[in-house]
Design a binder for this molecule. Structure first.
Ligand code: ADP
Ligand code: ADP
Ligand code: ZN
Ligand code: ZN
Length: 756
């Protein structure tokens, strides 16, 4: 282990970190070489994010914010200074993470990468006929947007059949909207309105009655001796439900809204979003909407054929950008793809391309597991791009577990040795050969190879997918064996998610544990989300002879300033919100009175501050013990019971969902890249968990790129051969041993190398 003792700030070739103590960091001091590629490794929970994001990137961001005037700063969050003695030689940091991009349908792959902006200029110069400036080709500007759908490409309709059952009369309960059942307030107004007969089936309504029923604007009616306001059902639903914030709805209302609102292509532009004039302008017979709908690898070819000296630099820039998208493994996307539909890994790679084109140098780029969603074949291309960023004179910091990426590092910082309080130390800092020789957990695993499963389990049935054609799937029919571990592989964009998430027959007992955000996740934490808080509250109440509710957030026992969150959130229009520790309770969440109640010497705030592993010992039996055991089994022993869920990574969220669902008697588990965020050493633990699930009689289907997981499978389904329209077919089904022995696919090649 090397700990630099010098603190001379004149060494400009390294970022100097001195005395870092964020979260679990154990007063770390280290030097990180500038304009080099440094990979941070270590088991999950060892402190990689706390060092790279929570300390280095956070401080860089804060220093930049401080350069604004006091006036501008008054609009910004007061970011707390990370807990660190000193940081020297920082440069501006850009975090390229996997947060999905907003669901705003106006931002597309084309708009966020600027490729569409460049294409607009090309069309405004070379399109026939020329219809105006580049604004005339923008679906986000009045000059270009289709007037009917205002550039959305889609119009929304209400599916009337989700609101009513036409076979019934009002009195029989024809209205199926939640909260509008027979005898509800709204039902009474309708039934007594006199506009139609409440005993008549809706399907027998005259046109007039039907129109009044659905669309009559607000009108005063008399019910008994009182006046009420009548309003047609569609208008009422629109006003009281559809115009509300979807996230703030009760879940059954939200689910209803999702069912009732249907989108269809705009009848005027057929989904192309643009004015007729814009769509009439063509280059080589192709309009801009058709260009945007092409797979990016095809568009790159198309643009190559355009040759006009007047716009040569622009065309060259566009070509470079499209080539970068292809190189980074996104050639299967199209520019018109809404950014919000990209997976976390895809979103991260799109953001990366944005920076590759940037002329900034001497920036610190910070990446969080850039290989997520990437097949070993794609990782080689990702590596090339990381090196390109470095060679432009930038400092590249990468949190990553994959040996393929670790091997290209100029410098490795290995944190550990364990997670949480057992981690937070530097186990190794130096080059890759040194890491291999270091004997650390990471060093040892670099050479580690999982063996192929010697005997595969026998399935006890199968789940048939027939003729799947979602997205790029080309009429795929495939059987998924039941009662075994099936791993679905293939390069990014080959159609794995489309097959498994989109085409699995909707049977009972399928549990999908994915990495998507958890609603309301600021207010929730592992204790509330898993239901663990209930037995804990009960235990506290019993021990102290008070009522359990005192120990919940949002009760009179909780701090009223922060409503039991311990944190105060400041939301900002333009930036991600920030959290600061509540001054009233100092982050303890509860009133001083509640904190006097203890259980075995610990108060509720201290219990919520325990890690899962500590709490598992603290509650030696009962329901709490069982839940905590499952959390530990999925590799979350280091997270704290009260840690807000919005601070968990995608991989941690997925494992948390898995832990919850393990308690249910599901028949089939679907997991999407469960090795996300897991160190090579943690992967063994995950495999053991998957085995336990299968051996208990369940079916487990895993989308994975990790060779250790492939090797461990009973059955492999390999999609490909390429991505987008070059993929979408099953190129291999069989056991891992068969794939290695006879497979000709990219996956076969990589698995063969891995187990060799
Ligand atoms: P890694 O990136 O190596 O997985 P982290 O830096 O995320 O590790 O976590 C290190 C430790 O700090 C863990 O014990 C984790 O539970 C804790 N931790 C991380 N983020 C927070 C947070 N926002 N609040 C409280 N504890 C946290
Ligand atoms: P994988 O899971 O193997 O990475 P996907 O199933 O996500 O592949 O994608 C397969 C193809 O389907 C790709 O061409 C992708 O662009 C397309 N696709 C995936 N999701 C959507 C979507 N929501 N809208 C349009 N196309 C999509
Ligand atoms: Zn339109
Ligand atoms: Zn408080």
């Amino acid at each position: 282990m090397t700990t630099p003792e010098t603190t001379s700030a004149d060494n400009h070739h390294v970022i100097q970190v001195r005395g870092a103590r964020e979260n679990n960091l154990a007063d770390l001091s280290l030097d990180i070489p500038k304009r080099r590629l440094t990979v941070f490794t270590g088991v999950s929970g060892s402190g990689k994010s706390s060092l790279v994001f929570g300390t280095i990137a956070a401080e860089s961001q804060r220093l930049i914010n401080e350069t604004y005037t006091a006036f501008v700063q008054s609009f910004m969050p007061s970011l707390g200074r990370p807990d660190v003695d000193a940081l020297h030689n920082l440069s501006a940091a850009i975090v390229v993470d996997q947060e999905r991009m907003g669901a705003n349908s106006r931002s597309t792959v084309g708009t966020v990468t600027d490729a569409y902006t460049m294409l607009r200029i090309v069309f405004s110069r070379l399109g026939t006929p020329r219809i105006g400036t580049s604004a005339a080709f923008s679906f986000n500007l009045p000059e270009g947007m289709c007037p009917r759908c205002e550039g959305a490409g889609q119009v929304s309709d209400i599916d009337i059949d989700q609101l009513v059952d036409r076979e019934k009369s009002l009195n029989d309960g024809a209205i199926t909207v939640p909260n509008f059942a027979v005898d509800s307030w709204y039902w009474q107004i309708m039934a007594h309105s006199g506009f139609y007969d409440p005993d008549k089936k809706l399907k027998d309504f005259t046109e007039r009655e039907w129109a009044d029923f659905l669309h009559k604007p607000q009108t005063k009616v008399k019910v008994g001796s009182n006046n009420f306001t009548y309003e047609g059902l569609v208008l009422k639903v629109q006003r009281t439900m559809l115009s509300k914030d979807r996230d703030a709805m009760q879940s059954h209302i939200g689910a209803f809204v999702d069912r009732a609102v249907v989108f269809r292509d705009c009848p005027d532009c057929a989904g192309a979003r643009l004015t007729a004039a814009a769509l009439s302008s063509r280059i080589d017979g192709v309009n801009i909407a058709e260009c945007s709908a092409m797979q990016i690898s095809d568009l790159a070819q198309f643009v190559r054929k355009i040759d006009d000296p007047g716009v040569a630099p622009l065309l060259a820039g566009l070509r470079d950008l499209l080539d970068s998208l292809v190189e980074i493994g996104l050639g299967y996307l199209s520019l018109d793809r809404p950014a919000g539909t990209l997976s976390g890994g895809e979103a991260q790679r799109v953001k990366m391309v944005r920076h590759l084109g940037s002329s900034l140098t001497d920036v610190t780029y910070v990446f969080d597991e850039p290989t997520i969603g990437l097949h070993p074949h794609d990782i080689q291309r990702m590596n090339a791009l990381l090196l390109r960023l470095r060679d432009k004179g930038n400092t590249v910091l990468v949190v990553e577990h994959k040996p393929e990426v670790i091997s290209i590092a100029d410098h490795v910082v290995d944190l550990g040795p364990g997670a949480g309080t057992d981690g937070g130390q530097i186990c190794y800092s130096g080059d890759v050969p040194g890491l291999r020789a270091s004997g650390t957990l990471t060093g040892r695993h670099l050479e580690h190879r999982a063996g192929l499963r010697s005997t595969v389990r026998e399935p006890h049935g199968r789940l048939s997918i027939k003729g799947a054609d979602l997205h790029n799937l080309q009429d795929v029919s495939v059987d998924i064996p039941l009662g075994v571990l099936t791993v679905v592989t293939g390069v990014a964009g080959s159609g794995k998610s489309s097959l498994i998430h989109g085409s699995l027959p909707a049977g009972q007992g399928v549990v999908v544990a994915d990495q998507s955000p958890i609603r309301g996740s600021r207010r929730s934490n592992p204790a509330t989300y898993t239901g663990l808080l209930n037995p804990i509250r009960t235990a506290f109440a019993k021990a102290n002879g008070v009522k359990p509710a005192l120990f919940s957030a949002n009760s009179e026992g909780a701090c009223s300033k922060c409503n039991g969150l311990g944190l105060i959130y400041t939301d900002l229009a333009m930036m991600a919100g920030v959290a600061s520790v509540c001054e009233e309770c100092e982050g303890k969440r509860f009133t001083p009175e509640v904190l006097t109640y203890t259980l075995d010497g610990r108060n509720i705030s201290e219990v919520l501050g325990m890690s899962v592993a500590e709490a598992h010992d603290f509650f030696p039996s009962g329901q709490a013990h069982a839940v905590l055991g499952r959390l530990r089994d999925v590799g979350l022993g280091y997270i704290r019971l009260g840690q807000p869920l919005n601070t968990l990574s995608g991989g941690e969220r997925q494992r948390l969902k898995l832990a919850i669902h393990m308690a249910e008697k599901a028949a089939t588990y679907v997991l999407d890249e469960p090795t996300t965020g897991l160190h090579m050493a943690d992967v063994d633990q995950l495999l053991a968990l998957l085995d336990r699930l299968v051996d208990a009689g369940n079916t487990v289907i895993v989308i994975e790129h990790h060779q250790a997981v492939m090797a461990h499978a009973d059955w492999l389904i390999d999609l490909g051969p390429g991505a987008g329209h070059d993929g979408g077919r099953v190129v291999f089904e069989g056991t891992p041993a068969d794939l290695v022995a006879q497979g000709g696919t990219l996956t076969a090649r990589h698995l063969r190398e891995y187990v060799a």
